[in-house]
Design a protein. Structure first.
Length: 103
């Protein structure tokens, strides 16, 4: 994690694409247009995402904060169909702290 502030540490606990009937199959799995992400804050400070970047596409908005020692789930509506493997997910707060993960 690139940090502008000390005490911030995030972990990706879960990331999965929610399948959609309007998307094609990828192998044996249906692609989806939503991404569910669960982050765990194992640092000493809270973290409030201002932006998620998924494979270079930015998703900004108002996202719930994660407190130290807590999990927080997020659902992103994707710009198009995607499969759950090989995603690069970055989460960035307003201070420029950034965590980057791969699924």
């Amino acid at each position: 994690m690139q940090q502008a502030s000390a005490g911030r540490q995030l972990g990706l606990s879960y990331a999965a694409v929610v399948s959609s009937a309007t998307c094609p199959l990828y192998g044996a799995n249906r692609e989806g247009t939503a991404l569910s992400v669960v982050l765990y804050d194992f640092g000493t400070e809270g973290f409030t995402p201002a932006e998620f970047v998924v494979n270079s596409t930015s998703y900004s908005g108002t996202f719930s904060a994660i407190g130290p020692g807590s999990l927080q789930a997020y659902t992103l509506t994707l710009a198009g169909c995607a499969h759950g493997s090989g995603l690069v997910i970055a989460v960035i707060d307003s201070l420029g702290d950034e965590g980057q993960f791969e699924s």
